[in-house]
Design a protein around this ligand. Structure first.
Ligand code: HEM
Length: 185
């Protein structure tokens, strides 16, 4: 994955747990000192960082991925992608519909991007089913964090349940998302 992802993991660990913990994680994961945003790294680097962080922090891999997903929404906005993010919608459901467009735009900057794909199906009012397709394994917990981060961005209360999982043999993961925008008076 692109260095941007690994740098965001670094930033999440430094800001939440401190730079000395990051040094421990980096050492344990045996990764290089400085990541470059637009350089493509082997996916193993990202998985090693997640594993090392979970061992050092005493958290599960899923908890680390969730924290990372939540951080990602703020991080990308702060790292020069806020215009793309702004263009993709003004509400949580609109934004989720546009996730593939978002990654297509991101692909202009990162030509070797292997993005995930998301499909939205409206279930009923204030609830939808989000289908997540990926060429990679084991990243579904990150989606929980991403939805939490997006909920904060759109000032929307979000409840997520995973209703189908690749770990159980399905070809993709599926989430039920209930949401309620907090409209300020
Ligand atoms: C402008 C904001 C964003 C940027 C710049 C961005 C960029 C990227 C990049 C560079 C990767 C790594 C893939 C690779 O290097 O081949 C990635 C993966 C991913 N992105 Fe985004 N992304 C953004 C927003 C989002 C949002 C809002 C979601 C919410 C669902 C999301 C979901 C994912 C997931 C789940 C992956 C993991 C890869 C996989 O499933 O195969 N991204 N994205």
């Amino acid at each position: 994955m692109y260095g941007l992802i690994n740098k965001a993991i670094q930033d999440m660990i430094c800001s939440k747990f401190g730079p000395e913990i990051w040094l421990e994680v980096r050492h344990k994961a045996e990764v290089e000192e400085q990541f470059v945003n637009i350089k493509s790294y082997h996916d193993n680097v990202t998985y090693r960082l997640i594993l090392a962080a979970s061992e050092i922090l005493g958290l599960s891999d899923a908890e680390v991925m969730k924290a990372f997903g939540e951080h990602w929404v703020r991080y990308t906005a702060a790292e020069g992608f806020s215009e793309i993010i702004d263009m993709c919608g003004e509400s949580l459901p609109e934004f989720l519909e546009n996730l593939d467009n978002l990654h297509a735009r991101v692909g202009i900057v990162f030509p070797k991007l292997q993005p995930p794909s998301f499909e939205c199906a409206e279930a009923e009012e204030n609830s939808l089913h989000l289908h997540y397709y990926s060429s990679r394994e084991g990243l579904a917990p990150m989606v929980f964090g991403l939805l939490e981060g997006l909920g904060k961005r759109f000032d929307t209360k979000v409840e997520v349940t995973q209703i189908q999982s690749r770990e159980e043999g399905h070809d993709h993961d599926e989430f039920a998302v209930n949401y309620q925008a907090n409209r300020s008076v």
